[in-house]
Design a protein. Sequence first.
Length: 161
Amino acid sequence: MTEQGLDDGREGLHRTKNSEQLESNHIERELSIPSEPRLKSRIMVIDDNSDIGLTLRMGLEINDKTMQVDCYDSPITALTEFRPDFYDMLLIDVNMPVMNGFELCQKLLQKDLNVRVCFMTSGEINIEAVREVHPLKSIGCFIKKPISADALLKRIRAELE
């Protein structure tokens, strides 16, 4: 896989990640943590389609300067890179290879019970049936793709309040 990242002027920080970048990104992330108090909402996007992840990241960060979005195109890499008490919200694609979004969510919540979760899908989903099978208290919302940047931003702000 190749990086689908975007140089947004923050030198040395690429926030669209795939499994081939794991080691170098760990070093870059450690160097990029600001020492002042956090003012941004940190969002982790996990979608096996890196173009969707990049589009979501750009839409959120351009329209709301208080959001910092990290994108992963591999649930395994996201699970490895995830740090407890770092992210405010997870946006997780439901249908991914190797590990579906619900399985990933369960594993991430074992590391951080307080992070909020929204699932994304381009297919139809029976939300009540999903809640019965996956009774996760952190599930905040289900987002139907495609979604406009404005609608996504409103949804995320509402979930973070």
